[in-house]
Ligand binder design. Structure first.
Ligand code: DMJ
Length: 557
């Protein structure tokens, strides 16, 4: 009853989705208390003045920014609605001044993830929250501390400065790249280089710049191939590279070699060494010379011959962030990279024509393309595309803005349906639109949820551009589901089957949960001028990188 009391007294917009009919097991009572607290925080916000919690510097907040709602047929949000939905999440003075009355629920979730990682897995790449020990996937070889580096900027953005200091100290003392370790170039770039770059730009601490450049240099031997298309895997000590043994015809992967651009442009910016930028610009050159089947980019490209491998095209796994980085390369260059812009809008046009379909039940989805045949399956990873299309909607041809916003909203809706149609209200790894089902996983090995961010990422972009309250509502549903099914005693864990009634935990707290999922949720419930899009572009691991302003670009040329 207590919970319902809070909801009704404080007029919480999320009150309807909570039920008291559930059995009051001990765990559930704890959950109720936590949810009540969360609700109190949200509700209290309505009655308190705007926060004084401003991150320092013009980059973090832009005082002149009044977020504009994009035009188009998607959402006709009125000024009144805009005001009503403006929920300043920060209450009272900043934590450092010791006047904190109530912190926001996402900070609590971050604190819980972080504290458990620190307690049970400090220095390991990831935490096993059920068995309460460290975990490492082979993506990082013997490199250490993926969660620490991935979480740095989230800690900073959430003003968890003590934790940020501890993480900084760990980086200073322990983050070492001089080891005989075979790593994934892509994963190390997006998580480690991206994480260090963001930490540097947010905090100004030299150690992060130095480590980012040092690591970038360690990655350069991966580009020693006849075409300059990098290997997927690299031994940091010997500089010997190779590709994934499972990749078609010894190919490199589009989403891997195509997701280096943002970080490498910044490495050149920070080191004064053009070599990083040259490497990624060469990747574009190689791609530009190739014929694209139907204007599409196959996922496999042989770095020796420079020829496509299998004609398999996907906006999800193996392809996804390549498209994201074309758009963001243009945005991050302060819209000077016209080539990146053209490549993105041309690719999107080909995707729309060949991959995007509508189910008989009216759900828009992005299918996969195999040698001209469509597989009517959409991955959780593909759900980032709603956010990407929204982000690019006003840069394309004029008459397309409304259409692209509509498309983005439809993808967001489909991805929400993939969550809504499960027992746990968390999305499966992949869902299908065939054999009489829509937005449902039919194969056992596609029913898992590993704390991925993409659906929430799309809600966050859609919220910023439309202020349609449903995106916050959907984000809040995800928070509740994460608390109910993924939170365990030692942190947050993925689950093996989102259609089951009780969770079977996979015992991994992925580093991207702290880097992305919690950060995007936090931003979804923050003011729009918190990391404003005109100053920041998020890398594919949600690490914010500043736009390189035009005057800087011009001076260099
Ligand atoms: C993250 O590491 C990045 O978002 C990447 O682009 C795709 N996969 C994970 C999260 O799901």
């Amino acid at each position: 009853m207590l919970v319902r009391f809070f909801f009704s007294r404080l007029d919480c917009p999320f009150s309807t989705s909570f039920s008291l009919n559930t059995m009051l097991t001990e765990k559930f009572i704890l959950l109720l208390v936590f949810s009540g607290f969360i609700t109190l925080c949200f509700g209290a916000i309505f009655f308190l003045p705007d926060s004084s919690k401003l991150l320092s510097g013009v980059f973090f907040r832009s005082s002149s920014v009044e977020a504009e709602t994009r035009t188009g047929t998607v959402s006709d949000t009125t000024t009144r609605e805009k005001k009503k939905n403006k929920l300043p999440l920060f209450v009272g003075k900043s934590k450092r001044e010791g006047n904190l009355k109530c912190t926001n629920p996402l900070e609590h979730m971050m604190q819980f993830s972080w504290d458990n990682y620190k307690r049970y897995a400090w220095g390991s790449n990831e935490l096993r929250p059920v068995s309460k020990q460290g975990h490492s996937s082979n993506l990082f070889g013997s490199l250490k501390g993926a969660t620490i580096v991935d979480a740095l900027d989230t800690l900073y953005i959430m003003e968890m400065y003590d934790e940020f200091e501890a993480a900084t100290e760990w980086v200073e003392m322990n983050l070492d790249f001089n080891m005989n370790a075979e790593i994934s170039v892509f994963e190390v770039n997006i998580r480690f280089v991206g994480g260090l770059l963001s930490a540097y730009y947010l905090s100004g601490k030299e150690v992060f710049r130095r480590k980012a450049v040092e690591l970038g240099e360690k990655l350069l031997p991966a580009f020693k191939t006849p075409t300059g298309i990098p290997w997927a895997l690299l031994n940091l000590k010997s500089g010997i590279g190779r590709n994934w043994p499972w990749a078609s015809g010894g190919s490199s992967i589009l989403a891997e070699y195509g997701t280096l651009h943002l970080e490498f442009m910044h490495l050149s910016e920070l080191s004064g060494r053009p070599v990083f930028a040259e490497k990624v610009m060469n990747i574009r050159k190689v791609l530009n010379r190739l014929d694209k089947p139907q204007g599409l980019y196959p996922n496999y490209l042989n770095p020796n011959s420079g020829q496509w491998g299998q004609h398999h095209v996907s906006v999800g796994g193996l392809g996804d962030s390549f498209y994201e980085y074309l758009l963001k390369a243009w945005l991050m260059s302060d819209k000077t990279d016209e080539e990146g812009k053209k490549l993105y809008y041309d690719a999107l046009q080909a995707i729309e024509k060949n991959l995007i379909r509508k189910s008989s039940g009216g759900l828009t989805y992005i299918a996969e393309w195999k040698g001209g045949l469509l597989e009517h399956k959409m991955g959780h990873l593909t759900c980032f595309a709603g956010g990407m299309i929204a982000l690019g909607a006003d840069g394309g041809p004029d008459d397309k803005t409304g259409h692209q916003m509509e498309l983005a909203a439809e993808i967001a809706r489909t991805c929400h349906e993939s969550y809504a149609r499960t027992s746990m209200k968390l999305g499966p790894e992949a869902f299908r639109f065939d054999g009489g089902v829509e937005a449902i996983a039919t194969r056992q090995n596609e029913k898992y949820f590993i704390l991925r961010p993409e659906v929430i990422e799309t809600y966050m972009y859609m919220w910023r551009f439309t202020h349609d309250p449903k995106y916050r509502q959907w984000g809040w549903e995800a928070v509740q589901a994460l608390e109910k099914y993924c939170r365990v005693e030692g942190g947050y864990s993925g689950v093996r089957d989102v259609y089951a009634n009780t969770p079977n935990h996979d015992d991994v707290q992925q580093s991207f949960y702290l880097a992305e999922t919690l950060k995007y949720l936090y931003l979804l419930f923050s003011d729009d001028d918190h990391l404003p899009f005109e100053h920041w572009v998020f890398n594919t691991e949600a690490h914010p990188l500043p736009v390189i302003k035009k005057q800087n670009v011009e001076i260099r040329h």
